[in-house]
Write a protein that binds this ligand. Structure first.
Ligand code: NAD
Length: 360
């Protein structure tokens, strides 16, 4: 039996991750879940938001599914999510955004995939606090090296973009496009302003694109990309972005198809993968039985596809689609009045009954 690390997360995490787990259990795929902790629950139990035992569990099992985890804003511990992606070498973040029939969204025909570089950029965690000794030293170095004066009361964040990581994410994206029959890749950047960092990202994309002559390669400056996506998202397929733009554009694309409640995701490395929705822990809805469990359940679908369990993945995906299309048992974000558990139970019921239909 396959062992998978299960992290329920915090905020709305426990409510939705349990439902995703039960969806998988309603299929024929047999999994032994190894529970591990991250975020508030880990802080309470082990005095750290990311225990070493959690990382070890994922390294051992190579696959994990995780509910969202809260990160304090502007203070407190570093993002557990970013730390996990870095420590586990999960360099590619994959976020499909596909229209669902029955969702009252701005568009009905969107099929976008966001591929976000997960390991560097402004998420590298290299920051200097305003007024710190190191911060002042960096500012002095900048003055000496570049002749540019930076106000001494500045905080500094460093944005590293490497040729290695950029080529690696474009290679991942082209391979993804090839396997999934996508004919165009759009690199998103701000190389007109950040000529060296974003310039290198773009140059790496151009270089890798030469190995894939059958796939069209184009690039867009990120501000223009935002406008294009709002005006005519159907023109685009696979978008490849550095970490920060990838994060922002993911939410924009989620908004185009009807919201974060139906936007799944995966963080993938060379031999480890962690599946989690695009959305965060929505703390205001914690224990309110309010949010949509579909993004988490669809992340489980991505996991099953990664495991080549396509029949089980199809059954769950179809159940989610049908529940959304029928619109009778859906949460507030999809215009319904159902709670998280009611919508989740309806999906699980449909997954289970699809087995009966198959065997009848
Ligand atoms: P969020 O994604 O939690 O919520 C943004 C908005 O979307 C809110 O209005 C929320 O109500 C709505 N929403 C989110 N999930 C939904 C769902 N399943 N169904 C319906 N509506 C949903 O973003 P935020 O409020 O900016 O962040 C909250 C916390 O989550 C922060 O601490 C942030 O750092 C963290 N976060 C974690 C992850 C992760 O664990 N991978 C990702 C993003 C944000």
């Amino acid at each position: 039996m396959r062992k998978i690390t299960f992290i329920s997360g915090d905020g709305i995490g426990p409510e939705i991750s349990e439902l995703a787990k039960r969806c998988i259990e309603a299929t024929d795929v047999r999994i032994e879940w190894e529970e591990a902790f991250a975020g508030e629950e880990a802080l309470k139990r082990f005095n750290t938001p990311l225990p070493e035992a959690t990382l070890q569990s994922i390294k051992r099992n190579k696959i994990a599914i995780k509910g969202p985890v809260t990160t304090p804003v502007g203070k407190g511990f570093r993002s557990v999510n970013v730390q996990m992606r870095q420590e586990l070498g999960l360099y590619a973040c994959l976020r499909p955004c596909k229209s669902f029939s029955g969702v009252n969204s701005r568009y009905e025909d969107i099929d976008l995939t966001i591929i976000r570089e997960n390991s560097e950029d402004l998420y590298a965690g290299i920051e200097f606090k305003e007024g710190s000794r190191e911060g002042k030293e960096i500012i002095e170095h900048i003055q000496q090296l570049k002749g540019v004066s930076v106000s001494l009361d500045s905080a500094i964040s460093i944005k590293p973009i490497s040729r290695y990581a950029s080529k690696r994410i474009f290679r991942f994206a082209f391979e993804y496009a090839k396997k999934n029959g996508r004919d165009k890749i759009t690199a998103v950047h701000k190389a007109n302003i950040m000529k060296y960092s974003d310039g290198l990202f773009l140059e790496s994309g151009r270089e890798i694109s030469k190995q894939y002559p059958d796939i069209e390669f184009e690039d867009k400056i990120v501000d223009n990309m935002c406008m294009q996506l709002v005006l005519r998202p159907q023109k685009y397929g696979v978008l490849v972005l550095p970490n920060l733009y990838g994060d922002i554009i993911s939410d924009l694309c989620a908004g185009l198809i009807g919201g974060l409640g139906i936007s799944p995701g995966a963080n993938i490395g060379d031999n480890i993968a962690l599946f989690e929705p695009t959305h965060g822990s929505a703390p205001k809805y914690k224990d309110k039985n309010k949010v949509n469990p579909a993004a988490m359940i669809l992340s489980a679908v991505l996991m099953l596809r990664y495991l080549k369990e396509d029949t089980a993945a199809d059954r769950i995906e179809k159940a989610v689609k049908n529940v959304i299309k029928e619109g009778k048992v859906v949460t507030y974000d999809l215009g319904g009045t159902a709670g998280t558990s009611e919508m989740g139970e309806e999906i699980i019921r449909k997954v289970a009954s699809s087995k009966n239909k198959m065997t009848n």
